[in-house]
Design a protein around this ligand. Structure first.
Ligand code: AMP
Ligand code: MG
Length: 407
């Protein structure tokens, strides 16, 4: 039987989550804290932008289109925040600044670079056509228009738009509660000495770090020894306290890999094993009302597994209407790459752009799933299709930049 493909597992996860949405009640947040959160309400524009006809430039407001060489008398001023309230007679104009309201008696603006000013007079150096350099009321946003729909992941640009609407706080979906847990008798926490048979826990700090970009609150459940009873007990508690539980280690077929057994006792395993390298053992399931993801212990597998399956799932659970898709494009291999058909390979690579605009990709050395330094050296994943065998230098492959390497 062939293994489930990456795309199939993504669909399985997506379908399960869609069938059982988490209860999400909104919370009000000050606008400046709302970027990266999921909007919980539709936002209708309270005001039009611009809210009046305003000048796009510093210059002079004229009653009508006026030919070059005309001389006009300056009889007043309209500045941003200080509108002109008088009227114009023939041969008159007003000084106007960017963002200032264009008075009803004016139809066009000539920019100051196109006039010569002498005291309270200007002489036009160019024709002033009708309706030039004016931003009209509601040109950008009309009051009453829906700006953003619930489910939008708020961006910095959205904060700017909402602020321009005089909106100081917004309703966003609450954060997901994510329990994270490492398993393994060999694990030691930072700051403690280790014996030769022990290793420091790198998965939990890595998960903490990746989860900072997601709308979550982390419940750090520490580390567990390879013991079925202890694991069952902790999963019970984790399920009660969290929306999602993510564990690392113990999902393979070794003598001390208890996670699947424990998950099956506490809840249900929806899927196990995916045609991906690194990270073939990847458990997706449910512990009571909490979702469960079981990453393999090798740190590179966990790193990649999070990016391929978990991030998108968390956004979906968090109420995002459109889950962000990773940026992908083609790059030419700079060297031959060994690959066995049967599993998609997510290799770590360095990509760079050539002078002609195309991209090239070089894998960061050996690709075993314990090679953590190679992930740091990489700036992209290279996604080699499941069916593909060895690849030759010059062949085009799909690459996915690691977001943090391309700010
Ligand atoms: P496992 O999936 O539990 O069989 O672990 C596979 C490999 O990953 C073993 O070499 C473990 O020692 C290692 N490993 C498991 N958990 C962690 C962790 N939290 N940090 C670093 N390495 C780990
Ligand atoms: Mg283990």
């Amino acid at each position: 039987m062939s293994l489930t493909s990456i795309a199939e597992l993504q669909t399985i996860i997506q379908t399960h989550i869609a069938q059982r949405p988490l209860p999400l009640d909104g919370e009000m947040l000050p606008l400046a804290q709302a970027a990266g959160r999921v909007l919980a309400e539709d936002i209708v524009a309270p005001v039009s932008i611009p809210s009046s006809n305003v000048s796009a430039m510093d210059g002079y407001a004229l009653a009508q289109a006026t030919p070059a060489q005309s001389s006009l008398k300056i009889v007043g001023e309209s500045a941003a925040g200080n509108a002109f309230s008088g009227s114009l007679k023939a041969g008159e104009c007003i000084r106007i600044m960017t963002g200032a309201t264009v008075p009803a008696c004016c139809r066009t603006i000539i920019i100051q670079e196109n006039v010569i000013r002498d005291g309270d007079h200007i002489v036009l150096q160019q024709d002033a056509p009708d309706a030039a350099n004016i931003r009209y009321t509601g040109e950008e946003i009309q009051a009453g228009q829906t700006l953003f729909a619930a489910g939008r992941i708020l961006r910095h640009a959205d904060i700017m738009v909402l602020a321009a609407q005089g909106i100081g706080s917004v309703a966003v979906q609450r954060k997901l509660r994510i329990g994270i847990l490492s398993t393994g008798n060999e694990l030691v926490e930072a700051g403690n000495p280790i014996a030769a048979h022990q290793i420091y826990d790198s998965n939990r700090p890595m998960l903490h770090s990746k989860l900072r970009d997601c709308p979550v609150e982390i419940i750090d459940l520490g580390k567990l020894p390879d013991n079925l009873d202890a694991t069952v007990q902790t999963l019970h508690q984790a399920a009660a306290d969290s929306d999602v539980v993510i564990t690392s280690g113990g999902v393979s077929v070794g003598d001390y890999d208890y996670l699947r057994q424990a998950v099956a006792q506490v809840g249900t395993i929806h899927h196990y094993k995916v045609a991906m390298k690194p990270g073939k053992p990847f458990v997706f399931g449910q512990l009571g009302s909490a979702w469960y993801f079981g990453l393999p212990g090798n740190p590179v597998s966990g790193f990649v597994g999070f990016d391929v399956f978990i991030r998108a799932a968390l956004w979906q659970m968090a109420g995002a209407a459109h889950v962000p898709q990773p940026l992908r494009f083609q790059a030419a291999l700079t060297r031959n790459v060994k690959k066995a058909a049967g599993r998609a390979d997510i290799q770590r690579a360095i990509i760079s752009q050539n002078r002609d605009g195309t991209w090239q990709a070089t894998p960061t050395g050996k690709q075993d799933s314990h090679r953590i330094l190679g992930v740091s050296q990489a700036n992209a994943y290279m996604i080699l299709p499941q069916d593909s065998g060895d690849l030759a230098a010059g062949e085009w492959v799909t690459v996915q930049p690691l977001h943090e390497a391309f700010l």
